[in-house]
Design a protein around this ligand. Structure first.
Ligand code: ZN
Length: 162
């Protein structure tokens, strides 16, 4: 993804109040390798049940606040974004508030995602050579594309109230 700065990130949130925007803690953006990610995802350093995802969606930045539903990681759950069956990390259930009236009434969407949004890294892992002549690089690119589509579909659903 293309590099983004603090102000643009804070302005991008679809389902956050003014207070939530002001309060959120950003990661150190200088340490981010933008070329190796399809979205920016991080956990809040102060509020440990909160996570944030920011991505480019149909030409505009879209940010979402996600709230971890329970403390316990989901044993052997699969991340709905990177779809990795051999995950090196925990997967947790996040609730994401809908936008508009539905969100104000407390309506949320639940999704199982890597606990610290490791999906960018997981999708870039070298796939196994399934057969002789298997195009590992093409398979890796497909996995990255699929992961991006999954995150986009989720964010679009929240944005469009679906
Ligand atoms: Zn994942």
């Amino acid at each position: 993804m293309r590099p983004i700065d603090d102000a643009r990130i804070r302005a991008s949130f679809l389902n956050a109040s003014q207070r939530e925007r002001a309060q959120l803690t950003l990661p150190d953006l200088d340490l981010i390798d933008w070329e190796k990610r399809e979205f920016l995802g991080w956990r809040d350093a102060k509020f440990d049940n909160l996570g944030y995802v920011v991505l480019e969606l149909d030409g505009e930045l879209a940010g979402l606040i996600l709230r971890q539903f329970s403390r316990a990681p989901n044993a052997r759950a699969q991340c709905s974004w990177c779809n990795d069956i051999e995950l090196p990390n925990e997967v947790v259930l996040f609730n994401t508030k809908r936008t508009g009236d539905a969100g104000r009434k407390g309506d949320t969407v639940g999704t199982l995602v890597c606990a610290n949004f490791e999906c960018n890294k997981n999708a870039r892992k070298q796939p196994r050579e399934a057969y002789l002549g298997f195009d590992v690089e093409a398979a890796r690119q497909r996995r990255i594309d699929t992961m991006r589509e999954n995150v986009e579909r989720f964010a679009r659903g929240i944005r469009d109230g679906r």
